[in-house]
Design a protein around this ligand. Structure first.
Ligand SMILES: NC(=O)c1ccc[n+]([C@@H]2O[C@H](COP(=O)([O-])OP(=O)(O)OC[C@H]3O[C@@H](n4cnc5c(N)ncnc54)[C@H](OP(=O)(O)O)[C@@H]3O)[C@@H](O)[C@H]2O)c1
Length: 329
C-alpha cells in the first residue's frame, strides 16, 4: 500500500525535501514502502519555486493534509505546526521534523509519538550530520559527563569575520546577504537557536526533564573585534559554545567562550558544526560536519524517512531517568 506523505513547508528545507523524496521514490518502493507526496503546505502557493510539475502539490489549504499517513514538518514555529499536527499526533501517525524550536519548547505535545518511536528529528541538530542516533547509542553505552558544541553556523561565520577586524554589524549584514542568517537574525545571534538544539540534546542524553529554562543564554551581539583580537593574543579563539555540565543538576549554557586554539571546537572549519561528548568511562567523542542548509538538512529528513521505511523506530527516550552526576575527578 502506498504511504501518503504530507509536507508542511516548502522553503529552504522543504523544497529540497520534496525534490529528494521524488529522486528516491524507486528506492523506497524497492524497500516495500512506496510513498506518494499528496500535499505540501505553504502560505503562498502562487509563488514560483522552480519545482516544475511538483508545484501542483503546493497548497495553502491545511484541510488538504488531513488524509496523510506520515507527516514531515519543515515550516518552523511552535504554535501553528502543533495546531496542524494535533490530529495526526492524536492518531499516532509518524512525524519527521527539523524544527528544533518545536522540539525544545513543546516536547510535551510530541512525547506521545516519541515514546512509541514515531517521532524522528535527526535534522533538528547539526542538520546533515547524524548526532541524534549516534548520541542516543553513546548515551546507552557510556553515560554522559558533559557536552560542548558549536551548533550555529551563522555565529561562527560572524565571529570569523570579526577575527579579521570586521565590525559585528557589518559581519551580520554579510551573513544576511549570503543567506546564512535568518530574517530576523535574533534566534541565531542571540543564542536561542543553539539553546533549542542544546535542549533537544540535554533531554535525549542527560535528563528527560531537561528544558529550555535550564539553559543560560548569551549571544554574540555585544562582542567587538577587539574581544576577538584579545583572545587571539592569548592563543584563544572565541566561539558561540553550547554546553551541558553538572551543577547540582544538569544545566546548559550558551555563550561566547574562549577556547584554546588547539581545542577541537576551535579548529573545526567554520562552515561546520561540531560537538564534543564526554562519557563516564573517560572517553570523548567528536562529531563534526555540515550543520545547516536546505539540501543538507533535507538529506537528514530523507535519512529519517528511510529509517521509517526500514522499520527502525525513532530515537526513544533513554529510560527516562536523569544521568547520574559525574564522579569527582
Ligand atoms: N534552513 C536550515 O538550514 C535549517 C537547518 C536545520 C533545521 N531547520 C529548521 O527547518 C524548519 C524550516 O526552515 P526553513 O529554513 O526551510 O524555513 P523557511 O525557508 O522560512 O520555510 C518555511 C516554509 O513554511 C511555510 N510556512 C511557514 N508558516 C506557514 C503557515 N503559517 N502556514 C503555511 N505555511 C507556512 C512557508 O510558506 P511560504 O513559502 O509560502 O512562505 C515556507 O514554505 C525550521 O523549523 C528550521 O528551524 C532549518
Amino acid at each position: 500500500m502506498t504511504t501518503k506523505i504530507a509536507i508542511l513547508g516548502c522553503g529552504t528545507v522543504g523544497r529540497q525535501v520534496l525534490l529528494q523524496i521524488h529522486a528516491h521514490l524507486s528506492r523506497l518502493a524497492a524497500l516495500g514502502r512506496p510513498v506518494e507526496v499528496t500535499g505540501v503546505l505553504v502560505r503562498d502557493p502562487s509563488r514560483p519555486r522552480g519545482l516544475g510539475a511538483l508545484e501542483g502539490l503546493l497548497t495553502a489549504d491545511a484541510s488538504a493534509l488531513g488524509e496523510a499517513d506520515l507527516y514531515i514538518e519543515v515550516m518552523g514555529g511552535t504554535v501553528r505546526p502543533l495546531e496542524l499536527l494535533a490530529p495526526a499526533i492524536a492518531a499516532g501517525k509518524p512525524l519527521i521534523t527539523a524544527n528544533k524550536a518545536l522540539l525544545a519548547e513543546r516536547w510535551d505535545a510530541l512525547l506521545p509519538l516519541a515514546e512509541r518511536g514515531l517521532l524522528r528529528y535527526e535534522a533538528s541538530v547539526m542538520a546533515a550530520t547524524p548526532v541524534i542516533a549516534p548520541l542516543a547509542q553513546l548515551g546507552r553505552s557510556a553515560g554522559p559527563t558533559s557536552l560542548e558544541a558549536v551548533l550555529n553556523g551563522t555565529c561562527s561565520y560572524i565571529l570569523s569575520r570579526m577575527e579579521r577586524g570586521v565590525s559585528y554589524r557589518t559581519a551580520l549584514a554579510e551573513a544576511q546577504s549570503l543567506g546564512y542568517a535568518e530574517d530576523p537574525p535574533t534566534l541565531d545571534v542571540d543564542g536561542w537557536d543553539a539553546a533549542h538544539k542544546l535542549t533537544v540534546l540535554g533531554r535525549l542524553l542527560f535528563d528527560p526533564g531537561f528544558s529550555l529554562d535550564r539553559v543560560a543564554v548569551q549571544g554574540i551581539g555585544d562582542l567587538h573585534p577587539e574581544d576577538l583580537a584579545a583572545a587571539d593574543r592569548a592563543g584563544q579563539a572565541l566561539r558561540l559554545v553550547a554546553e551541558i555540565s553538572f551543577e547540582g543538576g544538569w544545566r546548559g549554557r550558551v555563550w561566547p567562550k574562549r577556547l584554546p586554539k588547539d581545542h577541537p571546537l576551535a579548529w573545526t572549519p567554520l562552515s561546520r558544526n561540531a560537538l564534543l561528548f564526554s562519557g563516564t568511562d573517560g572517553g570523548t567523542w567528536l562529531l563534526s560536519g555540515p550543520g545547516a542548509g536546505g539540501a543538507a538538512t533535507a538529506s537528514a529528513i530523507l535519512g529519517d524517512l528511510f529509517s521509517w521505511a526500514q522499520g527502525i523506530p525513532g530515537p526513544r527516550p533513554l529510560g527516562w531517568v536523569a544521568a547520574p552526576p559525574p564522579e569527582p575527578s
